[in-house]
Write a protein that binds this ligand. Structure first.
Ligand code: SAM
Ligand code: SF4
Length: 326
């Protein structure tokens, strides 16, 4: 069954956030202080998250990505993932993580049936990494990459947010990872969500990133696979991994958008930057699968045409990426 929205886009992908808590504080994602912890019962239980996942797959969603906050900090996550993989009709289960807990959890995630990991990594320099993440430990994340490989995962996708004057000097080192480690590195444009003082100085376009790589390496375009996201993909000839450019801000990829999002408190969004959200709680407490299916279909059919952010300004209200799941 194919799910299409009012603009004919095929919607087959749900990003499901299981927590807004995190063991890091990346400055572009969360404010340094003042993050209010959600009441325990405000966060959806695993039963409720499972109901959303099953119902979504029932109406035509084929791929689910588990995200957060940091999904691996929620206790019981491995058992929940194993239950997700058992959903008939779910073709792809992926997880986005900051990698800090992978050294001890990668093998369990693999055995639970997670098919692919996206690991966020913005710097290969310990000091810069610690500055961006406000205290994260690069060694642990690199050990997490190794643990994922040893557990049997395919080379991970690396999500790398490039910010001018912070880590743009490392673009070529990340491009090298596609040759040395076979990773798929996805360069993501910095998005102004936290609206930190002077955020404009960080903006660097995907086009510039690509030009800077192309000045040192020949690049060939790569065909997108099934469930491909909105990145434009290239390869350094002979490299096992690919280079993806995600121009979330400078070049709207909204015409190819294939996803909806549900936050850990049960707020569904048709667009990351839309202020509008739909509260799924009335369909979950008490559980009403038929009503939930109808509400999800409405969210898909009324998905906004495009977002309105740019590096000149933006119209959305303040939120943190950790609340929505990126
Ligand atoms: N904690 C996990 C992680 O960091 O991978 C999952 C959640 S995080 C919100 C998901 C993705 O959103 C990460 O790859 C992160 O780099 C990205 N992200 C967060 N804030 C962003 C921003 N302001 N601009 C661009 N990407 C951002
Ligand atoms: Fe945490 Fe991920 Fe946000 Fe960084 S990007 S603060 S790791 S949720």
């Amino acid at each position: 069954m194919q799910l299409t929205d009012s603009l004919g886009r095929n919607i087959n992908y749900l990003r499901l956030s299981v927590t807004d808590r995190c063991n890091m504080r990346c400055f572009y994602c969360m404010p340094k202080e003042g993050v209010v912890k959600k009441q325990h019962d405000a966060v959806l239980s695993y039963e409720e998250l499972l109901l959303i996942a099953e119902t979504s797959v029932g109406i035509g969603i084929e791929k689910i990505r588990i995200t957060g906050g940091e999904p691996l900090v929620r206790s019981g996550i491995v058992g929940f993932l194993a239950r997700l993989t058992a959903i008939p009709g779910l073709r792809h289960l992926a997880l986005t993580t900051n990698g800090m807990l992978l050294p001890e959890m990668a093998a369990d995630l693999y055995h639970a049936g997670v098919q692919r990991l996206n690991i966020s990594l913005d710097s290969l320099n310990p000091a810069t990494f610690s500055e961006i993440t406000r205290g994260g430990d690069l060694k642990k994340v690199l050990a997490g990459l190794d643990a994922a490989e040893q557990a049997g995962f395919p080379p991970p996708k690396i999500n790398c947010v490039i910010m001018r004057g912070v880590n743009d000097g490392e673009i070529l080192s990340f491009a090298e990872m596609t040759r040395m480690r076979g990773c798929a590195v996805r360069f993501i444009e910095y998005m102004p969500v936290v609206k930190e003082e002077g955020w404009q100085r960080y903006c660097i376009s995907g086009e510039e990133i690509l030009k800077r790589i192309a000045a040192d390496y020949p690049l060939e375009p790569v065909d997108k696979g099934a469930f491909a996201g909105p990145s434009r993909d290239f390869r350094i000839p002979g490299a096992q991994g690919s280079i993806g450019i995600i121009t979330a801000v400078s070049g709207h990829f909204c015409s190819d958008c294939n996803r909806i999002r549900v936050t850990s408190t049960g707020q569904a969004k048709g667009c990351l930057f839309a202020d509008e959200k739909t509260d799924l709680l009335p369909c979950l407490r008490p559980p009403d699968r038929a009503r939930l299916a109808e509400v999800l279909k409405v969210i898909i059919s009324t998905k906004p045409e495009r977002h309105g952010i740019s590096c000149d300004g933006y119209g959305h209200r303040n939120f943190t990426m950790a609340q929505v799941g990126g």
